[in-house]
Design a binder for this molecule. Structure first.
Ligand SMILES: [Zn+2]
Length: 236
């Protein structure tokens, strides 16, 4: 791990640690120095995407791999090697480890209603890329997203929402604006897709960590749409 680019995490981010300790490889980062074997997530972005989509196909077919959750527990206590980061919606109907038929430790999941990039979520994904070496990030929207639907309504009705809900509306608004311009037959579906595409772009432009890793071909950022009714994820 080079320390030319100290990792900056927000003060209340995922892990309140110094850049030095990240670089030193603590926090269950891959213990590369201790073994000659490649890390379990040492694969190309395309291999990671295939593994993710193959898992979704098993989920859709109701044919998940048999999993022995106890087997990897001791290893996971020492380190983690996720091969994909997921930026997905907090919606309780979307469960990434199930939807992609993956075991604990294989996905690095950031969830927020409306699956958009914010500072803490970005820092979490940066940690996954820079420290844990994951080669893939998927922004995962889903059909019938309540957060997006509510934002469309709030913008239309000019409703004042209580609490911190206006922050969600503000974060999702750019996608609604893009969807309006597209003038699609189904405004909600269009907004959900635009929101995924918009946040894929934001991640690809997120300097220095993810943008540089993407430019170097070390990480791929893709968008997906999860169909609540079938469980199928389509790349968008
Ligand atoms: Zn949602």
């Amino acid at each position: 791990m080079c320390n030319d680019h100290p990792v900056q995490l927000p003060r209340r981010g995922l892990l309140a640690v110094s850049a030095a300790s990240l670089v030193a490889g603590s926090l269950a980062a891959p213990a590369l120095a201790q073994t000659a074997k490649p890390a379990p997530n040492a694969m190309t972005p395309d291999q990671a995407l295939k593994r993710l989509m193959d898992g979704n196909a098993r989920y859709v077919a109701n044919a998940p791999d048999n999993k022995d959750f106890s087997a990897g527990r001791a290893a996971r206590a020492q380190s983690q090697h996720p091969f994909a980061g997921l930026l997905s919606c907090a919606d309780s109907r979307v469960a990434p480890e199930l939807a992609f038929d993956q075991s604990p430790g294989e996905l690095f999941v950031v969830r927020v209603a409306g699956n958009f990039v914010n500072t803490d979520g970005l820092a979490s994904l940066e940690f996954g890329v820079k420290v844990l070496g994951m080669p893939l990030i998927m922004v995962l929207g889903h059909t019938n997203c309540g957060a997006i639907a509510a934002t469309i309504n709030v913008m239309k009705e000019k409703t004042q929402l209580p609490g911190h809900l206006p922050d969600l509306v503000k974060a999702i608004k750019p996608a609604i604006d893009l969807a309006e311009k597209a003038n699609a037959a189904n405004p909600l579906d269009e907004a959900i897709k635009q929101n995924v595409r918009y946040n894929v772009r934001r991640l690809l432009e997120a300097k220095p960590i993810i943008a540089e890793a993407a430019a170097a071909g070390k990480v791929k950022v893709v968008g997906g749409m999860y169909d609540l009714a079938t469980g199928k994820v389509a790349l968008i």
